[in-house]
Design a protein around this ligand. Sequence first.
Ligand code: NAD
Length: 247
Amino acid sequence: MRRFDGKVAIITGAARGIGFSIAEAFASAGATTVIIDISEKSVQEAVRKLQSFEYKVIGFNADVTDGNRIDEIFKEITARYGHIDILINNAGITRDSLLMKMKEEDWDIVLNVNLKGTFICTQKISRILLKQKKGVIINITSIIGLMGNVGQANYAASKGGIIALTKSSAKEFGSRNIRVNAIAPGFIETEMTKVLPEEIVIKYLDAIPLKRMGRTKSISDLCLFLASEEADYITGQTIQVDGGLLM
Ligand code: NAD
């Protein structure tokens, strides 16, 4: 018997990076794992990769800001498996520039995907989880949402908003046995951080007490814990996984 046998876990933005690592962790722990991502080709590739290990994985191509499509997907999953146990709101983007020069469209798209996308998926799933009287939601925020960052006003605001949304939903859903927590990664090795200039990377590494970038596995391991029975009295929290960068 594996840790998540019989459970259904949905992960947004799971075609690559942190989301893919979370999907892999739940699938290898026995969960029926649902990958949602905006990139159709990457969804298919990710599903194929995980199915090659005989994991139970299905994929849907969707934009987390499209409420109707998300609703349709969640209803289809419920019809197929009878229940949904875990939602990980992971999809996120950056459009960095200094505040003075930031285009409104870059503000809007980052707030839309990161914050509104998390709200939409939370609202749509809540109807199902409230009826079931159980469920777990984990929101992937960022330490930038706690500390701010030069050139990332939009991203920081969206991630700070996710922390507040996490607390509000934990308060609203707690009495129905639904726990909502957030994970705030620091500086993790993915495509998102690959594009950073070398001098920024060196500056960060110098400021991180553990002196290295984080691995996606550190985030997925914490997701498994937060979704498990061992975490059944933890809700409304934002847990940092940042090598000690912010303390
Ligand atoms: P990534 O860019 O490698 O992956 C993000 C995935 O989300 C991609 O597959 C992309 O196609 C998908 N996506 C983007 N917009 C979407 C939309 N509208 N609807 C559905 N899917 C969409 O990023 P990552 O580094 O793996 O980051 C994952 C999450 O972790 C993000 O929320 C990010 O903000 C957060 N995070 C990352 C780091 C880091 O250092 N990498 C640090 C802190 C927080």
